[in-house]
Write a protein that binds this ligand. Structure first.
Ligand SMILES: Cc1ncc(C[n+]2csc(CCOP(=O)(O)OP(=O)(O)O)c2C)c(N)n1
Ligand SMILES: [Mg+2]
Length: 347
């Protein structure tokens, strides 16, 4: 694999941004690995992994106005939300379901990421429901801009809505409805399908009769593009184009990032029942984290010493976050009623 970074927006990325992209992917991977270990130790009830998807997610995040543009993620988007500002501590608190958990006060399952202060919208478990919701956010953005309530060039305001889902989830009606709405209204909207070839055990060719999810874009009147989702620079480039389109009134984009999930669907799945070990091993050779590390080493941006330093830092961050979450109390039983029922005095 050779990267041509003389062309495309990623050629403009400075050293600091490149290293932040790398360390975000690394942190996500180490947190994710720890979550699997904690599950096998019986310390947490459930984990669903973003492993293998980190380049697609971090490449996408860096193209956005992070913390300002609306992001409606799905359960694999750990690296995406870390890039936007969710912390290892936030993630560990959600794994352990501890008091103060960021997304929902520990009501939701882990990896239902939400952070009001970062404009990350918490999703529901039924897959694809985030798509019409995100298209609705994009509609609100356009409406507010056209009504003169906000300046379309004001970078302190959300100027697009970005959402993600898997390729299998595009079989849901909600996906088609959201995409259609985005096309009809030319919305500032980007939908990224992280195509890892499987929906749990169901292969892609059982979900659709087209070779690429992106082929469906023209049916909705949106721009469609597929990209190697394990190549962070290629993802960044197509995302920059999609972001420019959204910011400049050019309408919505469907980005299909082709990738792979090298681990089972979740902590409750055994992938040996539906795919060969050879297939998994082949894909592990395309690991996006190693790929980025190699590129940055070749470019002289990373050194062996820096790699070790970042590795130690990531592991220390994970240890620290785990310890804090293990030591934290559970929510009070009555907290379950908060944010569901208004306090009596407000009724
Ligand atoms: C409406 C609905 N049906 C079924 C499920 C159970 N379910 C959770 S994830 C998943 C697979 C989704 O696969 P895909 O969209 O390809 O995403 P991936 O997990 O591969 O990233 C299924 C069937 C669900 N959460 N919601
Ligand atoms: Mg999938």
């Amino acid at each position: 694999m050779t990267l041509n970074r003389t062309a495309g927006s990623s050629a403009q990325l400075g050293e600091a941004a490149l290293l932040e992209m790398y360390t975000t992917m690394l942190l996500s991977r180490r947190l994710d690995e720890r979550a699997w270990a904690l599950h096998r130790q019986g310390k947490i009830a459930f984990h669903i992994s973003g492993m293998g998807h980190e380049a697609a997610q971090v490449g996408a995040a860096f193209a956005l106005n992070r913390g300002v543009d609306y992001v409606h993620p799905y359960y694999r988007d750990l690296a995406l939300v870390l890039a936007i500002g969710v912390t290892p501590m936030d993630f560990m608190f959600s794994l352990f379901g501890k008091k103060g958990e960021l997304s929902s006060g520990a009501r939701q399952m882990p990896s239902h990421f939400g952070a009001k202060h970062l404009n990350i919208i918490s999703g529901s478990s039924p897959v694809a429901t985030q798509v019409p919701q995100a298209a609705g956010l994009a509609f609100a953005i356009k409406y507010r801009q056209q009504s003169g309530l906000v300046d379309p060039n004001d970078a302190t305001q959300p100027r697009l809505a970005f959402t993600c889902l898997g390729e299998g989830s595009t079989s849901q009606g909600e996906w088609h409805e959201g995409m259609n709405w985005a096309g009809v209204h030319k919305l500032p909207f980007i939908c990224m399908v992280q195509n890892n070839l499987y929906a749990i055990s169901v292969k892609m060719d059982s979900q659709m009769g087209v070779a690429n999810v992106a082929d469906r874009a023209s049916a909705y009147g949106v721009h469609g593009v597929w990209v190697d989702g394990n190549d962070i620079f290629a993802v960044y480039d197509v995302m920059r184009e999609a972001v420019d389109r959204a910011y400049n009134g050019g309408g919505a984009t469907l980005v299909e990032a082709k990738t792979y999930r090298p681990v089972p669907h979740s902590s409750d799945d055994d992938d040996r029942s539906y795919r060969t070990r050879e297939e998994v091993e082949e894909w592990k050779k395309k690991d996006p984290l190693i790929r980025m590390q190699t590129t940055l080493l070749n470019e002289g941006i990373l050194t062996k010493d820096l790699i070790n330093e970042y590795e130690n830092r990531a592991r220390a961050d994970v240890d620290h976050a785990q310890q804090a979450a293990e030591n934290a109390p559970y929510p009070e039983a009555l907290d379950v009623l908060g944010a569901v029922y208004a306090p009596a005095e407000e009724v």
